[in-house]
Design a protein around this ligand. Structure first.
Ligand code: RET
Length: 275
């Protein structure tokens, strides 16, 4: 007859599963996220205030640039309050020389709010640059679509389990990024000359600044999210500095130059404003 209940620990399993290693945010990381949230809110207020006495027809850069920092405020609020995050697990690699067995899983906290943020703000940053350089609608649209593909590839890469998923999407993202540079930097440097020396000089500096900064993102991604070679807090700190340079500092530079240089004005047509 079958026993109705068993006592004792039962058979000892022959394979004891190794628990996953978790890498997650600490106190420094959380504090950094709140500080950047505050900086993004203040920048949004400043950029909105800067458009106060400017006629609507000359506010295109103000509107785009304010939307960029508002979006960043929302994503930093989500991350700082502990939202929009998940754990992405992958088999550990042998760069952990101090760990004798490599048969365990590593789960790292991924703040997917970043990718939502980038999918909205990087197209807007490109729009700022494209309008400044006088790039036509066709090339602007192609740059923006390539950029969205780049960001979504990064999101898929961050959720991958095996190397082909993670690094395959990463490679697709890098190729898309080359298209973005091609359409905006190379194309823009040809079209901008029609706007005169001042705008050409401004666009060259802003575009160079932008693409040097932007190139740091895939490098940080590869080291932090791809190879898991930094702590989550270090990753948060580095992205914080890059985000402040790429959004509020970029915005200040663009809006103050726009104010000082009438040639940066663009022909907005009747849809944008009635005068
Ligand atoms: C990913 C991974 C896939 C390959 C590449 C990437 C590039 C990301 C970039 C992000 C820029 C973000 C900015 C944020 C604004 O503050 C997605 C990391 C190429 C260029 C400027």
């Amino acid at each position: 007859a079958k026993p109705t209940h068993t006592s004792g620990p039962g058979p000892i399993p022959t394979v004891i599963p190794t628990p996953p290693h978790y890498q997650e945010i600490g106190e420094t990381g959380r504090r950094t996220l709140w500080v950047v949230f505050a900086i993004m809110v203040l920048s949004s207020g400043l950029f909105a205030a800067m458009s106060w006495n400017v006629p609507v027809s000359k506010r295109v850069y103000h509107v785009i640039t304010t939307l960029i920092t508002i979006t960043a405020s929302l994503s930093y609020f989500a991350m700082a309050s502990g939202h929009a995050t998940s754990f992405s697990c992958a088999p550990a690699k042998d760069h952990h020389k101090h760990v004798p067995d490599v048969g365990y899983t590593e789960c790292r906290q991924v703040f997917w709010a970043r990718y939502v943020d980038w999918a909205i703000t990087t197209p807007l940053l490109l729009l700022d640059l494209s309008l400044l350089a006088g790039i036509d609608g066709a090339h602007t649209l192609m740059a923006i679509v390539a950029d969205v593909i780049m960001v979504l590839s990064g999101l898929f890469a961050s959720q991958g389990y095996i190397p082909i998923q993670r690094w395959g999407w990463y490679a697709i993202g890098c190729v898309s990024y080359l298209f973005v540079i091609w359409h905006v930097a190379l194309h823009g440097s040809r079209t901008v000359t029609a706007k005169g020396r001042g705008v050409t000089r401004l666009f060259s500096s802003l575009a160079l600044y932008t693409f040097v900064l932007w190139t740091a993102y895939p490098i940080v991604w590869g080291i932090a999210d791809g190879a898991h070679n930094t702590t989550v807090d270090t990753e948060i700190l580095i992205y914080a500095v890059l985000d402040i340079l790429a959004k509020p500092v970029f915005g200040l530079w663009l809006l103050f130059s726009h104010r000082a240089m009438a040639e940066t004005n663009i022909d907005v047509g009747g849809w944008w404003s009635h005068g």
